[in-house]
Ligand binder design. Structure first.
Ligand code: GLV
Ligand code: MN
Ligand code: MN
Length: 413
């Protein structure tokens, strides 16, 4: 087969309009909403087209199998003698997006995985273990608040009752959106996988600087989300004397500045990208402000110190403002050091640089349970979680070739 960039574009164009907001050019592909459900249908159609049976686990994650899901024989009609042994090699990513997110974060890993299967078949590669393409549910946590929800459930990293009861902005629970209570940890399914390799668009500029199309990941910074709830006294903007106010917006504003300063002092990252104000009226002092802190650092100790410092400063300011502060951790992800042997092996196979990242991924959750690696594809803008995220068709094709080589290395020997 030839013209891989052209075949990438053709497949990509099949999903490009789904969930795209005409005004921002970004994507609104929240987990289990209409656009993401359409992408899941697309996934099933692509798998079907390739003779790959699809299974859905009890948590909303989809798996398309090249090779018999029982691991005993190849169920595809297109192969001479397909995968026969267990210990499947898992690849794939997620379809869901952040609000007005980019096109590539997530879907690139799934589209590339199907094309990598095509490449291996065209080269008449003979896998001895199944190759499985996954679409994990609710990776961004944009709808239900907890990122990597599907992989956390599969691996037992989140309590099932808590996950089932997570609610979106309209009050719909995860269990209701899924149509049933999530099943939680599935050691039998997890035990069928020998390795996971997630391909992802790079979310920074390291590959631009390195002048390379593809990298291998070394680590994911520890990170988490903390909800800061600030309560004060709602009152009239025109009649309440400045000295008499208990305004949680002031405490919130100070907290945002403190988060920025404390992160800078430590070489860490802190972001408050979401805020909810009650009653949210121009002429009323707010009664309540809720802000979500996203904090990340290279070392767990630095992250811990950062969050403690922000919390202490917010509490001190709340005392001065006469407001009340409650801080609730919503999700935390420890430092992920990807399997060093696997990363080194793939980096030399691909002659690719090795990079750490501050972004979270399902691969980070699965890494605690099976040998896991990630490939990054160059992003010329270096921007992500924004419509400005990008990747050229040539680099996406280079990513497919790299992924196919990795799958060949892991599944064919
Ligand atoms: C996911 O993209 C994250 O890093 O929050
Ligand atoms: Mn993302
Ligand atoms: Mn992602």
């Amino acid at each position: 087969m030839s013209d891989l960039p052209g075949r990438f574009r053709e497949l990509w164009d099949g999903i490009a309009p789904v969930g795209r907001d005409a005004d921002s050019g970004g994507y609104l592909r929240y987990a289990l909403t209409a656009p993401e459900l359409r992408l899941r249908e697309w996934f099933r159609a692509q798998a079907d087209h390739r003779g790959m049976p699809v299974s859905e686990d009890g948590n909303g994650n989809l798996f398309a199998w090249w090779g018999d899901p029982t691991g005993t024989r190849d169920s595809s009609t297109q192969d001479r003698d397909g995968p026969t042994r267990g210990g499947a090699v898992l690849t794939g990513s997620h379809f869901d997006s952040v609000p007005h997110g980019g096109a590539y974060d997530g879907p690139l890993g799934i589209v590339s995985a199907f094309l990598a299967v095509d490449e291996l078949r065209a080269a008449r590669a003979t896998p001895v273990r199944p190759v499985v393409v996954a679409a994990f549910v609710e990776e961004e946590g944009a709808r239900f608040g907890v990122p990597c929800l599907g992989s956390r459930l599969l691996t037992g990293e989140i309590d099932v009752d808590r996950a089932a009861g997570l609610r979106d902005a309209a009050g719909v629970s995860f269990a209701e959106a899924l149509g049933h209570r999530p099943a939680g940890a599935d050691p039998a399914l997890l035990g069928r996988f020998a390795a996971f390799v997630e391909l992802h668009v790079e979310q920074g500029r390291a590959l631009v600087d390195a002048d390379a199309p593809v990298a291998v990941a070394s680590a994911i910074w520890p990170h988490g989300r903390w909800r800061f709830e600030l309560r004060g006294e709602g009152n009239h903007a025109g009649t309440t004397r400045m000295a008499d106010r208990r305004d949680p917006m002031l405490t919130f504003a100070f907290t945002v500045l403190a988060a920025n300063k404390e992160a800078r002092l430590r070489g860490a990252h802190a972001t408050v990208g979401r805020v909810a104000v009650e009653p949210n009226a121009t002429n009323a002092i707010p009664s309540k402000v809720t802000g979500w802190l996203d904090a990340r650092a290279a070392e767990p100790e630095t992250l811990h110190d950062l969050v403690e410092a922000v919390q202490a400063k917010a509490a001190e300011r709340a005392r001065r403002d006469g407001t009340a502060l409650t801080v609730t951790p919503e999700s935390t992800t420890p430092l992920v050091a990807f399997d060093g042997g696997l990363a080194g092996r793939l980096a030399s196979l691909l002659a690719a640089p090795v990079l750490p990242t501050g972004a979270g991924h399902d691969a980070g959750v699965l890494a605690a349970h099976l040998p896991t690696a990630m490939l990054f594809v160059r992003n010329p803008t270096g921007v992500s979680h924004s419509p400005a995220e990008s990747a050229t068709d040539d680099d996406c094709a280079a990513g497919v070739v790299a992924l196919a080589r990795v799958l060949e290395e892991l599944a064919c020997h």
